[in-house]
Design a protein around this ligand. Structure first.
Ligand SMILES: *[C@@H]1O[C@H](CO)[C@@H](O)[C@H](O)[C@H]1NC(C)=O
Ligand SMILES: *[C@@H]1O[C@H](CO)[C@@H](O)[C@H](O)[C@H]1NC(C)=O
Ligand SMILES: *[C@@H]1O[C@H](CO)[C@@H](O)[C@H](O)[C@H]1NC(C)=O
Ligand SMILES: *[C@@H]1O[C@H](CO)[C@@H](O)[C@H](O)[C@H]1NC(C)=O
Ligand SMILES: *[C@@H]1O[C@H](CO)[C@@H](O)[C@H](O)[C@H]1NC(C)=O
Ligand SMILES: *[C@@H]1O[C@H](CO)[C@@H](O)[C@H](O)[C@H]1NC(C)=O
Ligand SMILES: [Ca+2]
Ligand SMILES: [Ca+2]
Length: 446
């Protein structure tokens, strides 16, 4: 039996089950592999490549290593995500780039920000270098030169406070506009890279670089050097090295036999245990299977899910305000607000013509976008509405919280959307679905 589920607590938290207090067991593997092979091996046999949270962990590793077998260095889970370019004002794939030949080269391993050269070509540079910058200002003139030397981060704060954000360049024409605005200066633009990451997705900000490291642009993987007591070095990912895995210790799976929806199950697990079960390898899968056999259950929820709803402007807002019983149709891929039912959301056929809401960016204060909404009472289908909003304003309305819903219900002129079928306004699109029954939960002991 299929059952619709509304996911109000969403994606970002999927990987963050593991808190820094979770006990981890480190395992050295003295067989040499390159970083990707080492990663697969750790994920298969343990949990992942080692994540390191503090000096205590470094000490633990130095204590258990067999130095005669490591040949000085061993991979840990840290790596430089060299392809993670993003614009300051949006969280979306970067489409247009204008790199100088040979760039981005991450020279010296510390180049995470983008400088437009005087000829309009781009180069990655260390973010703490001081340059002039170009902001975008969506309310007035498009691009504005800031004629003071600042680090990239200072320039970003300046642009967000006084304009919209550092300049986003979406095509050749905009590149020319920014170059013109720069008036012959080298300038920061909004492109930056989210650089060092842990293989298991955890957020440890602990670093233990050997002095002078990281030091080379094309070396994106990290090894601990046990000759230099545990200091970290960047190395080529294709080198074969011994490596360190960790195992999240003592994960206990608990079977709950009370039937609930997936969302209710998730809330229950987060309240009483750690989260819905994450099944990371064959061994854990077997543990789950054994539990099911014992309890004579055939279907259980686990923590994996898909949230396929996306906002037109690709922003990541996880706020949902479905009317109860909605979304209720797999073929209805667009979302309308129903102002009869104050602001509740319904899924609708994207081809229907409805009035709609656009927004434009007023300003961005520390990544919170302030929007001005505009109701358009002329009826269009979703694609046409999207085209219209992108032409006249920024995009179809994105709604971040209840405050926004209230703003919209206060603003709407109901007399202009008279007929029953018109009391809805387009804004986002796509489908989600799921299963049911008992579920598993997971505890991670300290
Ligand atoms: C900015 O830095 C450049 C190069 O370091 C320097 O020549 C210039 O005078 C500085 N400009 C301002 C406005 O401080
Ligand atoms: C905004 O601009 C003013 C005037 O140029 C400047 O003094 C202020 O520091 C800027 N704000 C930020 C946060 O940089
Ligand atoms: C840029 O935008 C801000 C509001 O975000 C506005 O106050 C300012 O006057 C605009 N124009 C210029 C030329 O700075
Ligand atoms: C690691 O080795 C495998 C197989 O030998 C190869 O396919 C992969 O590209 C290598 N990875 C890196 C990062 O060099
Ligand atoms: C790493 O080891 C594999 C075989 O295990 C080998 O094919 C490969 O050439 C080695 N790579 C390097 C860079 O030594
Ligand atoms: C795992 O947890 C159980 C009880 O929760 C405890 O008895 C056992 O000692 C733990 N094992 C390890 C390896 O920490
Ligand atoms: Ca560079
Ligand atoms: Ca290095």
């Amino acid at each position: 039996m299929m059952e619709k589920v509304l996911l109000s607590i969403i994606a970002a938290s999927v990987l963050c089950v593991v808190s820094s207090h979770v006990q981890r067991q480190y395992h050295f593997v003295y067989e040499k592999k390159n970083m990707t092979e080492a990663q697969s091996y750790c994920r298969d046999k343990y949990t992942d490549l080692a994540t390191i949270y503090d000096e205590e962990d470094v000490k633990t590793l130095k204590g258990i290593v067999d130095e005669s077998k490591v040949d000085k260095t061993a991979w840990i889970g840290l790596y430089d995500d060299v392809n993670s370019w993003r614009w300051s004002d949006r969280d979306a794939e970067v489409e247009f780039t204008n790199w100088k030949e040979g760039e981005p080269n991450n020279h010296g391993s510390g180049q995470y920000c983008t400088l437009m050269r005087t000829n309009g070509e781009w180069n990655d540079k260390p973010c703490n270098h001081r340059h002039k910058s170009v902001c975008s200002n969506v309310t007035d003139v498009k691009f504005i030169l800031i004629n003071a030397n600042m680090s990239w981060t200072e320039a970003q704060s300046y642009c967000r406070a006084n304009h919209t954000d550092l300049a986003t360049v979406r095509n050749e024409a905009e590149n020319q506009e920014v170059k013109d605005a720069a008036g012959g200066e080298k300038v920061w633009i909004g492109l930056f890279r989210d650089s060092w990451k842990w293989s298991d997705g955890s957020k440890s900000s602990f670093r233990y670089w050997k002095s002078g490291e990281p030091n080379s642009g094309n070396k994106a993987c990290v090894a601990m050097n046990f000759n230099h007591p545990g200091g970290w070095e960047d190395h080529n990912c294709d080198h074969n090295k011994t490596f360190i895995c960790y195992k999240r210790s003592n994960v206990t799976f608990i079977l709950i036999t009370v039937p609930m929806t997936w969302t209710k199950a998730q809330i229950h697990c987060r309240a009483d245990h750690t989260d819905l079960a994450t099944v990371r390898n064959e061994a854990e899968n077997q543990k789950v299977k054994d539990l099911l056999k014992k309890a004579d259950e055939q279907h259980v929820w686990i923590g994996l899910f898909r949230d396929s709803w996306k906002w037109s402007d690709e922003s990541k807002s996880s706020f949902r305000y479905w009317k109860s019983g909605e979304p209720d149709n797999g073929n209805e891929a667009c979302v309308a607000m129903n102002f009869d039912h104050p602001g509740g959301w319904e899924d609708h056929n994207c081809d229907h013509n409805k009035p709609f809401i656009c927004y434009e960016v007023l300003c961005v204060v520390s990544s919170h976008v302030q929007r001005q909404y505009h109701f358009v009472y002329e009826k269009k289908n979703m694609k046409e509405a999207q085209r219209y909003c992108r032409g006249e304003y920024t995009d179809l309305a994105t709604i971040d919280d209840k405050e926004d819903v209230k703003t919209l219900t206060d603003m709407v002129d109901l007399s202009k959307i008279l007929k029953e079928d018109d009391q809805k306004v387009n804004s986002l699109f796509t489908t989600l679905h799921s299963l049911k029954f008992a579920f598993l939960t997971m505890t991670v002991c300290k």
